[in-house]
Design a protein around this ligand. Sequence first.
Ligand SMILES: Cc1cc2nc3c(=O)[nH]c(=O)nc-3n(C[C@H](O)[C@H](O)[C@H](O)COP(=O)(O)OP(=O)(O)OC[C@H]3O[C@@H](n4cnc5c(N)ncnc54)[C@H](O)[C@@H]3O)c2cc1C
Length: 384
Amino acid sequence: MYDLIIVGGGPSGSSAGRIAGIKGLKTLLLEKEDFPRYKPCGGALSEHAISYLDFELPESMIEKEIFGGRIRFHDNSIDHYKDQRLSVIVTRSIFDSYLLEKARETGIDFRLNEKVTDITQKKAYVCVKSRNTVYRSRFVIIATGSQGSLKHLVRRPDGKEEYGVCLVTEIEENDEKIDQYLKNIIEMQFGVSGAGYGWIFPHRGYYSVGAGSVMADHLDNPKKAVKDYLRFNGFTGEHKLNGHVIPCGGYKREILRGRILLSGDAAGFVDAFTGEGLAYAIRSGQLASDVIAELIGKRSDLSELEDYKKRCNSEFGEHLRYSLFFSKIMHYFPERSFNAFINDTEILDSFFDVVAFKKTYKDLIKWIVYNFKLAWLKKNDYNE
Ligand SMILES: Cc1cc2nc3c(=O)[nH]c(=O)nc-3n(C[C@H](O)[C@H](O)[C@H](O)COP(=O)(O)OP(=O)(O)OC[C@H]3O[C@@H](n4cnc5c(N)ncnc54)[C@H](O)[C@@H]3O)c2cc1C
């Protein structure tokens, strides 16, 4: 009998595993893939995400340091820099393996290549079934990402407006050329991908180029959007596209049922405007293990798990709800809002404060409203 079984060894599962190990829980982590495994991702790891790690990332893992962004909308474009680092760029297969190693070093059990096929709750424990084995545990964290149906043991499937799709490809380039094109910044092009954007992120020896939207009902054909975006940027030839669904954060979703908790993408914790998910995956995994360790330590009853919901909500729940509100405003008035973004460096600067998690979306929206900018946008859109 384990104290805790974690299903999924991505950033959320590994972060949960590390805290569980540090807190002394008898823990098993089950991951269906062999590691390192490819993960479709832009690889932008924000300072906000890094702030949750209790260890340094090896310098060799940091491929680029990002201090700003190039925001593009139609023919308009602006490069905007902050005086502090906003994120680093990593390759997910390497980053995820490192996080898993940091969980492993705390002494937890783990098995790769072991897919969980079913989970059933009993009164005093949970049965976790893989192809060959049935394990028992007092608690389970489902950290399986955005795919699969295990999470539906806790929450209903997302409706069409509550998830999207992002696709990405990697395009080799030499570092000198990459630095000439994107020196310490990432590129985001709005208006090409429904209620999302196309991106070019500079890695070591390659670009990550992708497009998508976290709202599927705003983007009929994600594959075509990426192909058009690649062509628009002069990336000709055949490029293998990888990607998958991505939940749109900010919607109300159940994240706890009995002895089972959801974390990361499985819980729907993704910024609805930027698509950032790593910070919330890491933090929610940590909080889930923390709350379980407290319950076991105090020998409390299951109601103590409600604390998980409260802590997620107070740390980032409101932020994600406002990210959805902000995204809707921006994409409802695209001409005015993205041009305002590009032409008004004050708005852009405040947005980068949100990316740095120094301001919340709520602060940003309030700030825009106080400056009567929203009223100005509305008036002009209605007059068109
Ligand atoms: C194209 C794309 C680009 C993105 N770019 C960025 C970015 O630049 N920055 C950012 O912050 N976010 C980005 N995101 C979002 C980010 O990738 C996710 O938010 C993040 O990976 C969530 O972590 P997770 O641990 O919850 O899930 P995952 O990383 O998906 O990990 C889940 C793990 O669970 C395993 N698993 C699944 N089912 C089972 C099972 N039944 N049994 C055992 N194991 C199982 C999987 O193999 C996987 O290893 C991007 C997403 C996409 C699709």
